[in-house]
Design a protein around this ligand. Structure first.
Ligand code: IMP
Ligand code: MG
Length: 180
């Protein structure tokens, strides 16, 4: 397996191996099976970023559940703009439901804050935040994720669905941008 890769104009080195990711994803699924025991949650996977994580996670969920994919747009290049225009793809009613958000990464927290604002307008019973990665040092908004895969430094990452200008989502490891 390659430990160093080039995507477009940038070089990256492996940061979290696929096996570690898979192990952690199974642990998070076990936590959710426990915390939501007896409930029928609605998983909301946030596209594009969380399709691989959502797929791996949901294969290990034993609860009866609904799954929906929604899309937000907030990021261009290597810095977060924090701009959300809209949420598309929601066909289910959220009223009275236990929502579990599946997100790839929380950086400044702006995306999640905006998303929570939209979701609370739909009167769910509860909202649980699951994120694979959490850039704790970069957090600006007051967001506390309930389940975190890995706390990561404030560095640019690609792979396992994280992209650099649209590229790299299909890599099975997570890579970090090399320091100059
Ligand atoms: P936030 O609104 O600043 O929390 O940013 C969240 C979004 O920024 C994520 O859903 C990602 O799409 C994107 N993002 C943040 N950090 C990275 C990174 O290191 N690599 C790729 N995308 C990132
Ligand atoms: Mg995202």
């Amino acid at each position: 397996m390659t430990d160093r890769i080039t995507i477009l104009d940038k070089k990256f080195s492996v940061y979290i191996q696929a096996e570690q990711i898979q192990e952690r994803v199974k642990q998070i699924a076990a936590e959710l099976n426990e915390s939501h025991s007896g409930k029928t949650p609605l998983f909301l996977a946030i596209l594009n970023g969380s399709f691989i994580f959502a797929s791996d996670l949901l294969k290990n969920i034993t609860l009866g559940c609904e799954i929906s994919f929604v899309k937000l747009a907030s990021y261009i290049g290597t810095s977060s703009t924090g701009k959300i225009t809209t949420m598309i793809g929601l066909s289910e009613s959220l009223k009275g439901k236990d929502i579990i958000i599946i997100e790839d990464i929380i950086d400044t927290g702006r995306t999640m804050k905006n998303l929570l604002g939209i979701l609370y307008d739909h009167s769910p019973l509860s909202i649980t935040i699951v994120t694979l990665l959490f850039k704790k040092e970069a957090l600006i908004e007051n967001i506390i994720p309930d389940h975190v895969g890995f706390i990561v430094p404030d560095k640019f990452l690609v792979g396992y669905e994280l992209d650099y200008n649209g590229m790299g989502r299909n890599l099975e490891n997570i890579f970090v941008l090399d320091e100059k």
